[in-house]
Design a protein around this ligand. Structure first.
Ligand code: ZN
Ligand code: ZN
Length: 237
């Protein structure tokens, strides 16, 4: 296992991933580059700062797809500022936002954005709800979404409910990167991480008793070992 220090950078041929940060309850921010394509995954708070450090402005404007694993603030906190920034900078090409069906946060951020800037947005935003695990392509990258198990506490801090949550496997030039998002140990993640060139796995649970919210260190490690390389992220600091 590589040490969990941010940013985490990994690349193979023309395919790379940079995890700017992944701290539970604070922020996540991931950039995937495949040839000329730039994808953002889980734009949490701070994403604009990190993208601006990493990319030239024309590269930021060329971002074509945003992938959301689930609606928790540490994964979507930067969506509003990203959409607004792209408008201010006059992005012209479309932006597709992929998100799990039922993720109200994305739907409402998008609605609010449209309402605030109605008729005055330089680029097209396409919301692409993902229902199921059908693979699709964008910019020569094959994307396989898969369902994962993730929960949140209600306001009583005791009751939990399941949140719509996905992991994504990105395949480009035969190279496979599997990102599980936030998830408990689950068979779909086990299946998709296996034999990936890289698995990005959360180990967000803070003790060794498994639950339905996050993975323990040993659960995440056991899955990681089935991939060629892996990083554990979202570890409580
Ligand atoms: Zn999280
Ligand atoms: Zn979460």
């Amino acid at each position: 296992m590589k040490k969990n220090k941010y940013p985490i950078i990994w690349s193979k041929k023309n395919f790379s991933i940079k995890i700017f940060c992944s701290i539970p309850n604070i922020a996540t921010g991931i950039l995937v580059k495949a040839g000329d394509a730039n994808f953002v995954v889980d734009p949490g708070d701070g994403i604009l700062r990190d993208l601006n450090k990493e990319l030239k402005i024309n590269e930021i404007l060329s971002i074509s797809d945003v992938f959301i694993t689930h609606g928790h603030h540490d994964h979507v906190g930067g969506v509003w500022s990203l959409l607004t920034y792209l408008r201010v900078m006059n992005k012209e090409t479309p932006l597709v936002i992929h998100y799990p069906k039922g993720c109200l946060e994305i739907v409402h951020i998008h609605n609010a954005f449209n309402r605030v800037y109605s008729g005055n947005i330089s680029y097209k935003i396409v919301l692409r709800e993902i229902d199921g695990d059908k693979e699709f392509k964008s910019k020569k990258v094959t994307i396989k979404p898969f369902p994962v198990i993730h929960k949140e506490y209600l306001s009583d801090n005791k009751t939990t409910r399941q949140v719509p949550a996905l992991g994504y496997k990105f395949i480009y030039d035969n190279i496979k990167i599997c990102y599980g998002g936030d998830t408990a140990y689950c068979d779909d993640l086990v299946k998709h991480a296996k034999n990936s060139d890289l698995a990005i796995l959360e180990a967000g649970h803070d003790d060794d008793t498994p639950d339905d919210m996050h993975m323990t260190l040993s659960e995440a490690t056991s899955i990681g070992k089935s991939a060629k390389e892996y990083y554990l992220v979202h570890v409580p600091e």
